[in-house]
Write a protein that binds this ligand. Structure first.
Ligand code: NDP
Length: 323
């Protein structure tokens, strides 16, 4: 039988943003519920080495970090729910969400931390060499390619920023784009074209990734989108930077989304246009997209939620007094 779970703070998503909101919310006495979603722990559970999360001098593993965050959240009083939200109503506090299980979740505040997923090319070898040369995050993994040859695939701001970032580590960066012009901002393009360590391959689509049979990536196989000619670029690392898809399907008719589908928040805050509904982490951030920034905005969401609840309680108490 379906059960209704009520809480002061309902959090959808269990990556660094959702769990940081939970840790702060629990410590403020909000007894949060976190509905974990399809990928409990979020994107870090599909990465391996993490070297840039503050507090750990040695390399740590993404899945381990998320287990620790979850354990910390539970230790301070968070209830974790193994469920995926399929429907949400935001007509005012309490906010209601319905899970795949049929259970109903109600929260006086709602924190959306559903994250985003990197888009992949979907070509042979891509998943086989993921973590063994193929990556979707230069900021996370670029450091592992010090002094090595790398390629970046894509033509938007992310691809160009990643290519420029990689020049900090690599003397040989190649940007591979399927057309003959980039969609990245002009200022970024100017920087890219001026950089002596970067070259651009135009009109090239990736057909496959190949390497040492289950070992490390060795080459990216290309086809010319104009002539059909095939070629290969030897490389140690390939960064796929063709965009991200924020998990906002549930909210598209309820909250304002930007042209790429990210939730629009009031600048510098996790506040959405609906009082009591907050968005944090990659679902509202297409610029930084780091575990540490997601955790930071999760903390901000919890602090703002606490303020919202204090005001709500005050208003409810006044109404009760008058009544
Ligand atoms: P974009 O959607 O802007 O660009 C994606 C790029 O990948 C395009 O060049 C596209 O090619 C290419 N691409 C898409 N699918 C494929 C495919 N299957 N095979 C080969 N190439 C493909 O994504 P971004 O992540 O770059 O940016 C997303 C949003 O975030 C944008 O609004 C961007 O401006 C913003 N952003 C802003 C930053 C900043 O302000 N500093 C930093 C990063 C992102 P094509 O051009 O042919 O369509």
């Amino acid at each position: 039988m379906a059960t209704t779970h009520s809480t002061r703070m309902l959090i959808i998503g269990s990556g660094p943003a959702g769990l940081s909101a939970a840790i702060y919310g629990a410590r403020a006495g909000m007894r949060p519920i976190v509905v974990q979603g399809l990928q409990p722990g979020g994107q870090l559970t599909i990465t391996t080495d993490v070297e840039n999360y503050p507090g750990f001098r040695d390399v740590i593993q993404g899945p381990w970090l998320m287990q620790e965050m979850q354990a910390q959240a539970e230790h301070v009083g968070t209830r974790m729910m193994w469920d995926t939200i399929t429907e949400v109503s935001m007509d005012g506090s309490p906010f209601r969400a319905i899970g795949d299980s049929g259970d109903v979740y109600e929260g006086d505040v709602l924190v959306i931390a559903t994250g985003a997923q990197a888009k992949w090319l979907g070509v042979p070898g891509e998943q086989d060499y993921s973590g063994k040369g193929v990556s979707a995050c230069a900021t996370c993994d670029g450091f592992f390619y010090r002094g090595k040859k790398v390629v970046v695939i894509g033509g938007g701001n992310t691809a160009v920023e990643e290519a420029l970032y990689l020049t900090n580590h690599s003397p040989d960066v190649t940007l591979i784009h399927r057309r003959d012009s980039l969609r990245a901002e002009k200022i970024l393009q100017d920087r890219l074209f001026a950089h002596p360590n970067v070259k651009v391959l135009w009109n090239k689509a990736v057909e496959s990734f190949t390497g040492e049979g289950g070992g490390l990536l060795r080459a990216v196989n290309l086809v010319d989108t104009v002539t059909g000619e095939k070629s290969a670029v030897e490389t140690d690392g390939a960064f796929v930077a063709i965009g991200h898809a924020p998990a906002t399907e549930l909210f598209k008719d309820k909250l304002q989304l930007d042209e790429s589908g990210y939730i629009v928040v009031q600048p510098g805050t996790p506040k959405t246009a609906i009082p009591g509904v907050f968005a944090c982490g990659d679902v509202m951030d297409h610029t930084y997209r780091q575990a540490v920034t997601a955790a930071g905005t999760g903390c901000m969401a919890a602090l703002d939620a606490e303020r919202f609840l204090a005001e709500l309680d005050f208003e409810r108490a006044q109404v009760a007094e008058v009544g």
